[in-house]
Design a protein around this ligand. Structure first.
Ligand code: BMA
Length: 381
């Protein structure tokens, strides 16, 4: 029987995850988590969900107004995936690193679950050795592993993460399934867990310890674990720190388009072509490896700050991703004006924004899923 499965695992269409072989790494996953996972598996290659970070919390011109969402004000529908970040929970702070109060985040996550959407969480955790932020690249990974000087401090941080994740539950006590994406953009050089600051083995040990602690010690069974790199230059860079089949459920990529401020039309066009090429090359690797490993895949962060290209959604993004069997694409947060940096920081359109018309075209693409269509699927049943 086992060999039948093995053969069947490699027979299915190119790059699409094979449902026969797809399995969550947590054999005790809650029924809602299993249901969500199996829906994602069967949607793979057919639909791509649209996601937005902090969507319900604030937009470019507003903060904490019930029912608002910049996306909704453009398409009269919400995203299907809601992204959140729990940086700061390790100190039991009341707000996350971007000033989102955790009690509000909790309400939004529960609300998103009841709406029939998916929640995904990343963790811009502080540096445990220095107390500096995620971008303090003082070496820390080795120090927080078992036997390290800061191990027990790190465990106490994981305990707070666990307590927060467990507090995300409905009135009936259903633990809300979360796509959990810790230690993200691992090949970059900007976070303390990044490639220059720990060996591949140390990174894998950190991942293994974290997952096993949450799952086997804290008995959290509502997580789908998302491995994540930033854009990379070759396959080795993507796989070098991959912790393995037994420890990940989804493989994902973060990649942004960038151009100089007030770029000319020609500069914008060049940057779009460059971005499309890189995105395509990278996604090819991500979905191929995901296919081999029988894992889901996603474009977990992307965007073009302030979306200066009118038809960016269909003319650049959709055009490039549409044939990849990724579960979702998520754009980063709509902060609005950043005084410290004297610039506007947002990645999703809002009413009146230059690319809003094109976003409506994206909304109409059959392959894209937003909330109204997602709700009908009943992801958790
Ligand atoms: C970055 C920016 C920062 C933010 C961080 C974590 O891309 O948006 O302002 O603090 O993500 O959300």
């Amino acid at each position: 029987m086992k060999s039948f499965y093995l053969i069947a695992c490699f027979l299915l269409g190119e790059w699409v995850i094979n449902p026969v072989c797809a399995q969550l790494i947590d054999s005790k996953a809650t029924s809602e988590t299993k249901a969500l996972y199996h829906h994602l598996v069967s949607l793979s290659g057919k639909k791509i969900m649209f996601g937005h970070q902090d969507d319900l919390a604030y937009g470019v011109h507003w903060k904490y107004e019930d029912g608002r969402s910049d996306i909704k004000e453009v398409i009269n529908d919400f995203p299907a995936v809601f992204g959140w970040d729990i940086g700061g929970i390790e100190h039991w702070h009341s707000n996350n690193l971007d000033s989102v109060p955790f009690d509000r985040m909790k309400k939004f996550i529960i609300e998103a679950y009841h709406k029939g959407a998916i929640n995904t969480i990343s963790w811009h955790t502080d540096n445990p050795v220095t107390g500096g932020n995620s971008w303090d690249t003082t070496r820390a990974v080795k120090e927080i592993l078992p036997g390290g000087k800061y191990h027990s401090l790190f465990v106490s941080w994981l305990d707070r993460v666990a307590t927060f994740l467990n507090s995300l539950e409905t009135r009936d006590g259903v633990k809300i399934p979360i796509l959990f994406r810790p230690f993200h953009e691992l090949n970059g050089g900007w976070f303390w867990w990044g490639r220059p600051y720990c060996s591949p083995e140390e990174y894998k040990d950190l991942w293994k310890f974290t997952i096993e602690y949450l799952r086997d010690v804290r008995h959290i069974h509502q997580l789908i674990y998302v491995y994540n790199t930033n854009s990379f230059s070759n396959e080795l860079e993507f796989t070098e720190r991959y912790p393995g089949k037994e420890l990940t459920d989804m493989l994902s990529l973060d990649i942004y388009q960038r151009a100089p401020l007030n770029a000319s039309k020609e500069q914008l066009e060049n940057s779009s072509r460059k971005f499309e090429k890189q995105l395509k090359e990278n996604l090819k690797v991500v979905v191929q490896i995901a296919h081999q490993e029988h894992k889901l895949s996603a474009l977990s962060e992307t965007g073009f700050e302030a979306i200066p290209v009118k038809d960016w959604w269909t003319g650049v993004l959709y055009k490039t991703i549409k044939n990849f069997p990724i579960s979702y694409v998520l754009v980063w947060r709509n902060h609005g004006f950043m005084e410290a940096k004297n610039k506007i920081h947002y990645f999703a359109p809002f009413k009146g924004q230059k690319s809003a018309g094109d976003f409506k075209k994206l909304y109409k693409k059959k392959r894209m899923l937003f909330l109204k269509a997602t709700k009908k699927i009943n992801l958790y049943q």
